[in-house]
Design a protein around this ligand. Structure first.
Ligand SMILES: Nc1ncnc2c1ncn2[C@@H]1O[C@H](COP(=O)(O)OP(=O)(O)OP(=O)(O)O)[C@@H](O)[C@H]1O
Ligand SMILES: [Mg+2]
Length: 448
């Protein structure tokens, strides 16, 4: 890092400038003879011209499909690996949990690891000692703290790694999918701790596939797609763009599946043939095709993109050979405004798949926006529940307002509600040639 940049960066800031990173595409361990034979296209670019600027105290999420380069970017940021081209500047201490065992030495005890990590972060023994009890207490490892870490379960190792990263008071906290390993109560405590650390002014870089956690933690998100920054902006807009991408990918993949029953067409209408609205009925018309007469257990679900639906309705129907139409009326659908996806799947009586569970149509709902919840609180399913409020300050006149009855007035008067603004055009990174790449590059393969 040049001394100019180091001087000018405030503590807790980071700059990633035009990073390129490649790995060998072949999985085999490199041998000497490979070095002689290697072809130019043995390389796979996993980061392509990725740039990111984060100010002190900001919380930024990195989202993207498996293999999109998120962990690689964090590893470059924390110096675990080096870029092919580009620059990274950071100012301040970095506490990182980038893999369950990263930074944790298996032969040392939990306690020794805490001291070791503190020293690496530049803390004195006394400073680490002062924080030791909170680390052990948070990780719930008091009984195991003097055991070698290699005897820990992966959840225990993660608890230790997270606690060390989050309690040694870093200026920048980097957390890569820590929540995936922990149990539900530890996940919530991690979110609470990250929130506390944020409030103390620490910069947070958070990688997760859990969109509810991302929404709970980070105002800003960055979507990485095949190593390219596809979108960088406020979390609702970036997640919207990402979910649309996810759904398109899932539809593309499922179009290749040759199911015994095919969904030929889907039409969604709201009450009175208009667009679906919050707490009103939604009619889903399906056109199905089967080669032979079958008894089909059909399920329809709604999600925000991933395959985990917020709710599912199921019906067993007799489908005659050929095409048949079917209408499902979902009653009083309690969704706030926004874009959702209708998923469908079917099995026979023996639970064999007849229609692979997949998104079949987008579902755009008009109505009240979802409320902004306190930071750090996860809302896995955004269900709209109408409410009325009494008492001081609820209404100037003290009257009761039925939120569902007047959605437009509500969105005007509710200053503390975060609307689903239309997605901004995601910033698309251009110029995909590496600065001095001699070899033609391969794109990272997309995996779901
Ligand atoms: N050490 C390595 N050697 C070779 N290829 C690697 C190495 N590390 C990562 N890769 C490849 O780089 C690509 C990006 O990997 P990375 O771990 O950054 O993805 P990710 O976005 O973190 O994915 P996930 O969501 O699954 O954690 C993948 O194709 C991966 O196989
Ligand atoms: Mg990863």
């Amino acid at each position: 890092m040049s001394s100019d940049v180091r001087r000018s960066l405030p503590t807790g800031a980071l700059r990633i400038e035009h990073i390129w990173k490649r790995y060998h595409a072949t999985a085999a361990r490199p041998l000497l003879r490979d070095g002689l034979r290697r072809h130019a296209d043995d390389w796979m670019w996993v980061l392509r011209d990725a740039s990111l600027e984060v100010e002190p105290g900001e919380s930024v999420a990195l989202v993207g499909l498996n293999g999109s380069g998120k962990s690689t970017l964090l590893k470059i940021l924390t110096g675990v690996t080096f870029p092919y081209a580009g620059r990274v500047h950071t100012a301040g201490r970095i506490g990182a949990l980038i893999a369950v065992q990263a930074g944790i030495h298996p032969d040392l005890t939990g306690r020794e690891n805490i001291y070791f990590n503190g020293t690496v972060l530049g803390l004195s023994r006394r400073e680490v000692h002062r924080r030791l009890d909170s680390i052990v207490e948070f990780a719930e490892l008091s009984d195991a703290i003097d055991r070698q870490v290699k005897r820990y379960s992966s959840g225990m190792q993660m608890r230790l790694g997270f606690s060390v990263a989050a309690f040694l008071e870093p200026d920048i906290l980097v957390v890569d999918e820590a929540l995936a390993v922990g149990d539900a109560s530890f996940q919530q405590r991690c979110l609470d701790r990250m929130r506390q650390v944020q409030q103390q002014g620490t910069t947070l870089l958070f990688v997760s596939h859990d969109m509810a956690a991302v929404e709970a933690m980070c105002r800003r998100s960055v979507w990485l797609d095949q190593g390219v920054v596809q979108a960088d902006g406020d979390t609702p807009s970036v997640l919207h763009a990402y979910r649309v991408g996810l759904e398109e990918k899932a539809r593309e993949l499922s179009a290749q599946v040759d199911d015994p029953v095919r969904v030929l067409d889907v039409t969604i209408t709201g009450a009175g043939q208009g667009r679906p609205r919050t707490n009103e009925d939604v009619a889903v018309s399906l056109l199905l095709h089967t080669r032979e007469t079958r008894t089909v257990r059909l399920s329809i679900g709604v999600s925000e993109g991933p395959s985990t639906p917020m709710f599912v309705v199921t019906r067993t129907v007799e489908l005659p050979a050929g095409r048949s139409g079917l209408v499902c009326r979902l009653q009083d659908v309690p969704l706030p405004a926004g874009r959702f996806y209708l998923w469908a799947g079917a099995t026979d009586a023996a639970d064999r798949t007849l229609v692979t569970w997949r998104p079949v149509a987008p579902l755009d709902v008009e109505g009240p926006p979802r409320p902004r919840v306190p930071a750090g609180v996860m809302v896995p399913s955004p269900i709209h529940v109408a409410s009325s409020w009494h008492g001081a300050g609820a209404e100037p006149s003290g009257t009761i307002r039925d939120q569902t009855a007047e959605p437009h007035q509500i969105s005007e008067c509710a200053g503390d509600q975060l609307g689903h603004r239309p997605a901004e055009e995601p910033a698309v990174a251009g110029g995909l040639e590496p600065p001095s790449a001699r070899e033609p590059h391969r794109t990272g393969r997309l995996r779901v």
